[in-house]
Design a protein around this ligand. Structure first.
Ligand SMILES: Cc1cc2nc3c(=O)[nH]c(=O)nc-3n(C[C@H](O)[C@H](O)[C@H](O)COP(=O)(O)O)c2cc1C
Length: 321
């Protein structure tokens, strides 16, 4: 079965610890790394940047950049490391990203992105995909989006993740750029209707299974960002509705299943707080949720903390949680 559920790349959030945890909640969602720049991969410690656990499959590496040669080298590193897909970031609006000539500003340069796609496709066998917005600034209409898509289809890209709001490149923070520009799902639907042979994944503002079900009548997949991070249990609902349909796990079991991972990672030098920070929302809406969150927040950063911190937090929860 083709994937329908995709979990968004989120800088600082969807690191490998987060993805390991998410995979326990959803055996089949397609996971994405945080954006890694092509420059960091080609000039930095790529082994460290690309590290992931085999259980994370299927997992895509998201790369930011616009130099075709460097993007191809970075894609090659990702493919060699075993990623299932390479995704190009054409959606991020931050100043830092614009000065590096990548992210959402590249929507205005479809040929340059297409050159990257060609260069990347010539060195890897896995899919090279694009995550984009529906427009930027005044370039905010279907024809503009279509020109961008067409150029990249010509270059061999056939999967597009579309965040259904434009990016405003000056004056808004990245955070505001995820809430202020209005969502326009119809523009994404139209893309799929006009180009049915493409795989179109819709992103932006999805918070319920019903939202996803509705959009899936028009597009091939849906990508969820903030809701999956803040309410990780949502992943199990999605899995039941659109994935394997398997019975949901128990929240306590999920914590138990994290323990060997936490032990292994701490032994390898990771800090407990860097893992548990992604687990704070696990009991959201359940009795004891606040105590769970507080205990982890107050104790996971202490020197020498290990799985005992998680075990104690778990023991403090009411039985029903
Ligand atoms: C903290 C945070 C970091 C993000 N980092 C990235 C990123 O590295 N690459 C990217 O393409 N989008 C990034 N995004 C945007 C998300 O992938 C997604 O497009 C956006 O949050 C809209 O989806 P949502 O409404 O389901 O959250 C980030 C979003 C958040 C909240």
């Amino acid at each position: 079965m083709k994937n329908k559920i995709y979990i968004a790349p989120m800088m600082d959030w969807t690191d490998r610890h987060c993805r390991y945890f998410m995979r326990l909640l959803s055996p089949s969602a397609f996971l994405y790394t945080e954006m890694v720049t092509a420059a960091a991969l080609t000039h930095g410690d790529s082994k460290k940047l690309l590290q992931f656990d085999p259980s994370e499959h299927p997992v895509a590496l998201q790369i930011g950049g616009s130099d075709p040669k460097m993007m191809a080298d970075a894609a090659q590193l990702g493919a060699d490391e075993g990623y299932d897909e390479i995704n190009i970031n054409v959606g991020c609006p931050s100043d830092r990203v614009q000065s590096g000539q990548f992210g959402a500003c590249l929507m205005a340069q479809p040929e340059l992105v297409a050159e990257c796609v060609r260069a990347m496709n010539s060195v890897v066998d896995i899919p090279v995909t694009i995550k984009t917005r529906i427009g930027i600034d005044d370039l905010d209409n279907y024809d503009f989006l279509r020109r961008f898509i067409d150029a990249n289809v010509d270059a061999g890209c056939n999967t597009f993740i579309v965040h259904a709001r434009k990016a405003i490149l000056a004056g808004l923070s990245p955070k505001e750029n995820r809430t202020v520009p209005p969502l326009d799902y119809d523009r994404v639907y139209r893309l799929k209707a006009d180009l049915p042979e493409l795989t179109i994944i819709l992103n932006g503002g999805l918070t319920t299974v019903d939202d996803c079900r509705l959009h899936l009548q028009h597009v091939d997949g849906v990508m969820i960002g903030r809701q999956a991070y803040h309410q990780p249990w949502f992943l199990t609902e999605l899995e039941q509705a659109f994935g394997s349909g398997s019975a949901p796990p128990d929240r306590h079991d999920i914590v138990e299943r994290m323990l060997p991972y936490v032990e292994r990672e701490i032994a390898a030098g990771a800090a407990l707080k860097h893992i548990t920070r992604h687990m704070l929302g696990l009991f959201a809406g359940q009795p004891g949720a606040r105590g769970w969150r507080r205990y982890l927040s107050e104790n996971a950063h202490k020197v020498g903390g290990g799985i005992d911190v998680l075990e104690t937090a778990l023991a403090k929860l009411p039985q029903a949680a």
